[in-house]
Design a binder for this molecule. Structure first.
Ligand code: GCW
Length: 674
């Protein structure tokens, strides 16, 4: 169902009140601008008109003493500059899109931007590349539905096997993205089925329509493509990346794409992963594959986002020597230095698969000669599927701030290099790959199913623009924009519900970094042994004595050796390994005593009871403030919190019962275990 009466998310008209009550001016000459720039300038005009019409201000000429002047300037600086002097704010930028980001910056700060002491500030994103990947299918897939791992209804782009006729909601989406600085979207699933593959060829005019709907807000379009396209679409006998006919096919395909969409961004590729075709079938490696595509798009300054999510998904569970966590590093680190300049190797934040707690992927620090992008998952596949309120800002912030090397590896200014620095091109090697994330929106009225899950999309944009932001401050921005007249008690309640919600989710689900324990297939709800005897490489190895995966160099899979110092040693020993990752790196007895002073099994009991209590308090907090938000938001959040509580109880009871039955160790607090 397509609900065109959708929620305004963080851009309700009331969020424009302060700006819209002022005198606003735009100084830019669209004449002669490339069409994409002209489209964004037209948007700026529309935005100024929209705000002032709603709130009694006026759009005036640049020389008519505006309170806010937006001016396009010739400069090579990225981002925008904000100067406040004599009560007037001037925002300048070299590109219309950056100017639009500057306008939304003023909207976000409102009074603090317009009525504050004089200032002269430059604002630039950490990296020029901030992308969202949609796992949307054109057709409804028999198992995965319209949006793979989508928890917000159907796709905003497609309906019933075709691109939507009415794409106005796509433009509204681009507007929300522009307001948080996201300027690239890949519009189809990385699992490219036959129907979706045709977006590259026969359906190009439809892709051009989507690009036209995103363009006015400065959002560029990317496509996921199938590595086997020369064979499946082009009828060639092979898709071997070194075959001249294959190279020609891709070159011609790319030429057609850029003819149809001159500001097209590039291709995203999932190759040799979970059944997707790739270079291995032709005896080639991933550098051969990626570089062939890179050559095809290079004349258009296009990019290849090549995913590092490559592992054996047909593993024998009896085989203890194969470790899925090792796979991305084993495949990609040896290829460092071989990728073309316009290839970005896109790396999931952890070595497994978007679990609630994983160590940071060692690939991110193993490829100084490669542009590496950090991939996050905004859609809550393993974190409650947008039925549970889980604010992921703090989790991403931990990853972004993590330091892969010791403090002697520094960036300009002498601060130790973080993961955000690596992705932003400020680490060793200094080549930016930027950020990508799996999107969480659909055609649901609230965009994200759970209204509070909007905060995750908001935070992804803000934290990748500036990875040093505090996630709770970002949440506060989201509340201010989304509920512009929020009384202090609503604001406090939303913080109480969301600030620590990621830890709360961790408390009642798989413990101490061991991961999974979810129901195979849909990945919702507990199933402790659900993946234990499957080919997917996601095991916890619980027996009557203990649990966890030995990934040490001394006695395990050797995964710890993929890290630089000091982590290779920190993780190697259970005495230095952080508690929250203990079972990711070590197989320990149930009686093993954590740094917290508790045994592993008692920790499991305590955290699971505490997690449920915390969810019960979230429910109460919402009930206290629900009357302060519109009824539809109030009800949707209440329904979802009720489901979260039911599910948390189920998790608690299954996990505590499992550990009790395996270990025979009773809960020292004597609580009810089954
Ligand atoms: O997390 C897993 C998902 C798959 C997904 C895959 C990937 C698109 O369960 O649905 O496929 O990751 O990242 O490619």
């Amino acid at each position: 169902m397509f609900d065109n009466d959708f929620h305004p998310a963080w851009l309700p008209d009331t969020a424009l009140r302060t700006v819209g009550s002022r005198r606003l001016a735009l100084a830019a000459d669209a004449a002669g601008a490339p069409p994409a720039d002209a489209a964004v300038l037209a948007t700026l005009e529309t935005e100024l008109g929209r705000a002032t019409t709603a709130h009694g201000g006026a759009v005036v000429g640049p020389d008519d003493s505006p309170d806010l002047l937006l001016r396009l300037t010739a400069s090579s600086a990225p981002g925008f500059r904000l100067v406040r002097h004599d009560g007037r704010v001037t925002v300048t930028a070299a590109s219309p899109t950056a100017l639009l980001h500057g306008y939304f910056h003023v909207v976000r700060l409102s009074v603090a931007a317009l009525d504050a002491p004089s200032t002269d500030e430059s604002h630039a994103p950490a990296s020029a590349l901030r992308m969202l990947d949609h796992w949307d299918n054109v057709d409804v897939h028999p198992v995965m539905g319209q949006v793979e791992r989508g928890y917000a209804g159907g796709s905003v782009f497609y309906d019933a096997g075709r691109v939507r006729t009415d794409l106005s909601r796509v433009t509204a989406y681009a507007r929300l993205l522009a307001a948080v600085g996201i300027d690239r979207v890949s519009i189809n699933n990385v699992n490219v089925h036959a129907r979706e593959a045709r977006l590259l060829t026969d359906d190009l005019p439809e892709v051009a329509r989507i690009a036209a709907a995103l363009r006015p807000y400065g959002v560029r379009t990317h496509l996921s493509v199938s590595f086997a396209a020369p064979t499946t679409l082009g009828g060639l006998p092979t898709s071997d990346p070194l075959d001249p006919a294959v190279r020609d096919w891709w070159r011609a395909a790319a030429d057609k794409v850029w003819t149809a969409i001159p500001d097209f961004g590039g291709f995203v590729v999932k190759a040799d992963s979970e059944g997707q075709p790739g270079p291995f079938a032709h005896g080639r490696d991933h550098a051969d594959g990626a570089n062939m595509l890179a050559a095809a798009v290079a004349p258009h300054e296009g990019l290849i986002h090549w995913r590092a999510f490559v592992y054996n998904h047909t593993q024998d569970w009896r085989d203890r020597s194969t470790d899925r966590a090792r796979a991305a590093h084993d495949h990609f680190a040896p290829l460092d230095g071989r990728f073309a300049d316009n290839v970005i190797v896109q790396v999931k934040h952890g070595p497994m698969d978007f679990q609630v707690r994983e160590p940071v992927s060692p690939v991110l620090s193993a490829m100084p000669g490669t542009r590496v992008a950090l991939e996050l998952q905004v859609t809550q596949e393993y974190t409650g599927q947008q039925r549970h309120a889980v604010y992921l800002g703090p989790a991403w912030s931990e990853v972004l701030r993590w330091q892969p090397w010791d403090s002697s590896t520094v960036r300009d200014g002498g601060t130790p290099v973080t993961v955000a620095d690596v992705a932003s091109g400020r680490g060793p090697g200094r080549r930016a790959g930027g950020f990508a994330a799996v999107a969480n929106v659909g055609d649901d009225r609230f965009w994200t199913g759970h209204p509070l899950a909007q905060a995750n999309l908001y935070a992804y944009g803000r934290l990748t623009w500036d990875p040093t932001l505090e996630p709770t401050a970002v949440l506060d921005e989201w509340v201010s924009l989304t509920f512009p007249d929020a009384p202090a008690e609503l604001r406090a309640a939303i913080h109480a519900i969301l600030d620590a919600s990621w830890q709360t989710y961790e408390l009642y689900t798989a413990p101490l970094g061991v991961g999974f324990m979810v129901r195979p297939g849909h990945h919702y709800g507990p199933d402790v042994d659900g993946y234990e005897y499957t080919p997917w490489g996601t095991y916890h190895f619980a027996d009557r004595d203990g649990i966890g995966v030995d990934r040490t160099r001394a006695t395990g899979t050797g995964y710890t050796g993929q890290y630089a110092a000091p982590w290779r040693d920190v993780y190697e020993s259970p005495t230095t390994c952080p508690d929250e990752l203990l079972l990711f790196f070590h197989h320990v007895p149930y009686g093993h005593v954590l740094h917290s002073g508790k045994s592993v099994v008692q920790h499991v009991y305590d955290t699971h009871f505490e997690g449920v209590e915390r969810v019960a308090r979230m429910v109460e907090r919402w009930d206290e403030v629900a009357h302060l938000v519109p009824d539809d938001v109030a009800h949707r959040v209440r329904d979802r919190l009720a489901e979260q509580l039911r599910s948390a109880v189920e998790w608690r009871d299954q996990i505590t019962t499992y550990f009790w039955r395996k270990s025979g160790v009773p809960d020292s607090n004597g609580r009810r275990i089954y």
